[in-house]
Design a protein around this ligand. Structure first.
Ligand SMILES: Cc1ncc(COP(=O)(O)O)c(C=O)c1O
Length: 455
C-alpha cells in the first residue's frame, strides 16, 4: 500500500534568499517609534550604536519589503535548513478531528530551536563590523546556546547571563553553551550594577539578565549586545520559517485557515506568521493568527498597551508594547522562554489592530497537550511550543464540533530534551499553576516611565 506523505522537504537551494520585512506591508499608520531613554524623543542610531552594529540597525528601521540574506548566513543555515514541514496525522487520529494539522519543525537546528536563525545573522553582522565579542541574556537557555553556537561559527567570544531559575533547572544548557566556547553567569550576578541591585530576586528574570548584558556591552567598544527576540530585526531573521512553510504547504496541496505560535518576545510567532500575514494583507485571503502565552505571564492578554523599557534597569529604548511593567518578576514557570514582561512591538501592534488573537494557558493544561503530542507524533516539545499545541488542540476540537475540515499550521519551535525536569514535575502531579497577580502588575505599571500615551 503506498504511504500517504507526512513530511514535506525542500532542497537546500530553496533556503530563502530574502527575509520578509512585514513593517513595509502593515496597514494604517506606521507603528509608534521606540523612544530614547535619555531624551524621550524617537530613538536614533546614537541610541543603538553603542550596543548594535550598523548592519542590524539598518535592518531594524528598514522600510524595504524584502531584505537580502547574506551568502555567509545562508551558508550557515545549510547546517540545518530547510527544516521539515510535517503533517501530524497521528495527532489528528488521536483527536478524532476532521482538521488537518501541520507543523514546521524547528527543533532540528544544532541548538534545538528556532533561535539560531537570528543568532547566525547577528553574529555575522557583528563580525563584519569587526566586533568579536557578544554578550547576551538567556531565559530557557535556548537563546544563549544558539548565540554560543553562532559565535563559534564566526570565531567570536560569547558571554551569557542566564536567568537564575533556568540556570538551576537546566544545568546541561549551560554545558552546551560552554561546549561551544561561551562563558555563562547566573543572573542576578554580582558582576554588574543591575545584578547587584536585584539580589533580592534570586530566581532572576529576563528583564534583569538583559540589564546585566546591556551594561557589560555598553562599557566596552569591542563588545556588542545581542537580543534573541522582541526587536524588528530578530523577527525579520525568523521569517525564513514562514517563507519555507509557504512553499511546503503548497507541496502538501493545502492552505492554512489558522496559523499558531507561542509568544515569549514574539520571534518564532513573527517568523512563522509574517510571510502568511503578508499574503493575507496583499490579497483577500481568509486566514487567522493565534498567539499562545502562559497564564502566569500574560503579556498580550492582560498587559497594558504602553511605552516601557525592554529591561528592568531602564537602559534600553522605550518600546510601544503590551507590558506587565519592566520590573514585573513573573513566577518561575517552566516555560522559561515565555517569562518576558513585554513583547515585540510589531506583534503587539497586530494584536492591537485585531489581526492577531492572543490566548493564555496554564502550565498543567499546556503539559497535558505536550504529552498528547509526544505520545502521538513522538517528538517531545519544549514547554514554550507546548502552549501553541494547546491552542492547536482547541482549534481542532472546535473543528470537530463544527464538522469542519479546518487546516491548522503551527510552529514547533523547539524540542524539550533539556526540559525533562518540568515533564517530571507534570508526571509526578507536582507542577503548579501559579496565579498571575493583578495587584503586582498594577504596582509595576505605576512605575512605568513617563511617555506619550498610545492609542
Ligand atoms: C523553544 C523556545 N520557544 C519560544 C521561545 C520564546 O521566544 P520567542 O517568542 O521570541 O520565540 C523561546 C525563548 O527562549 C524558546 O526557547
Amino acid at each position: 500500500m503506498p504511504l500517504e506523505p507526512t513530511t514535506f522537504l525542500l532542497p537546500e537551494d530553496a533556503i530563502p534568499t530574502h527575509w520578509v520585512n512585514i513593517a513595509a506591508d502593515l496597514p494604517g499608520d506606521p507603528p509608534p517609534p521606540p523612544l530614547s531613554p535619555r531624551t524621550g524623543e524617537p530613538a536614533g542610531p546614537d541610541d543603538l550604536t553603542p550596543i548594535f552594529p550598523m548592519g542590524l540597525i539598518q535592518q531594524e528601521v528598514s522600510a524595504e519589503p524584502d531584505i537580502a540574506i547574506p551568502d555567509a548566513v545562508r551558508d550557515a543555515y545549510q547546517l540545518w535548513r530547510p527544516t521539515p514541514l510535517r503533517r501530524a496525522r497521528r495527532l489528528e487520529e488521536a483527536l478524532g478531528t476532521p482538521a488537518r494539522i501541520y507543523y514546521k519543525w524547528e527543533g532540528v537546528s544544532p541548538a534545538g530551536s528556532h533561535k539560531p536563525n537570528t543568532a547566525v545573522a547577528q553574529a555575522y553582522e557583528n563580525a563584519e563590523a569587526g566586533v568579536m565579542k557578544l554578550v547576551t541574556e538567556t531565559g530557557a537557555g535556548q537563546w544563549g546556546s544558539s548565540l554560543a553556537f553562532a559565535c563559534s561559527l564566526f570565531g567570536m567570544e560569547c558571554e551569557v547571563f542566564m536567568v537564575g531559575s533556568s540556570y538551576d533547572q537546566k544545568p546541561y544548557r549551560r554545558s552546551m553553551m560552554q561546549t561551544w566556547g561561551a562563558t555563562v553567569h547566573r543572573s542576578p550576578s554580582d558582576l554588574t550594577e543591575s545584578g547587584r541591585a536585584n539580589a533580592q530576586h534570586p530566581t532572576g528574570s529576563l528583564g534583569i539578565a538583559i540589564s546585566e548584558a546591556v551594561e557589560i556591552a555598553a562599557q566596552s567598544p569591542d563588545t556588542n549586545y545581542a537580543l534573541g527576540s522582541v526587536l524588528n530585526h530578530v523577527l525579520l531573521h525568523q521569517t525564513v520559517i514562514g517563507i519555507e512553510a509557504l512553499a511546503q504547504m503548497e507541496m502538501a496541496g493545502d492552505r492554512p485557515d489558522v496559523v499558531i505560535g507561542c509568544v515569549g518576545g514574539g520571534s518564532n510567532f513573527g517568523g512563522i506568521t509574517f510571510p502568511f500575514l503578508r499574503e493575507k494583507l496583499r490579497g483577500d485571503r481568509e486566514l487567522r493568527f493565534v498567539a499562545a502565552e502562559p497564564a502566569a505571564c500574560p503579556t498580550l492578554t492582560r498587559g497594558a498597551y504602553r511605552y516601557d523599557f525592554g529591561d528592568t534597569a531602564g537602559l534600553t529604548p522605550l518600546m510601544p508594547m503590551y507590558t506587565l511593567g519592566h520590573d514585573f518578576v513573573p513566577p518561575p514557570v517552566h516555560a522559561g522562554g515565555l517569562r518576558y514582561h513585554g513583547d515585540s512591538p510589531l506583534v503587539c501592534a497586530l494584536v492591537k489592530a485585531g489581526l492577531v488573537e492572543a490566548r493564555a494557558y496554564r502550565q498543567n493544561e499546556t503539559f497535558e497537550a505536550a504529552i498528547r503530542f509526544a505520545r502521538s507524533e513522538g517528538i517531545i516539545p519544549a514547554p514554550e511550543p507546548a502552549h501553541a499545541i494547546r491552542a492547536v488542540i482547541e482549534e481542532a476540537d472546535a473543528a470537530t464540533e463544527a464538522g469542519e475540515e479546518r487546516v491548522i499550521l503551527f510552529n514547533l519551535c523547539g524540542h524539550g530534551h533539556f526540559d525533562l525536569s518540568a515533564y517530571d514535575a507534570y508526571l509526578a502531579g507536582t507542577l503548579e499553576d501559579p496565579e498571575f497577580s493583578e495587584d503586582d502588575m498594577e504596582a509595576a505599571l505605576a512605575r512605568l516611565p513617563e511617555a506619550p500615551a498610545l492609542t
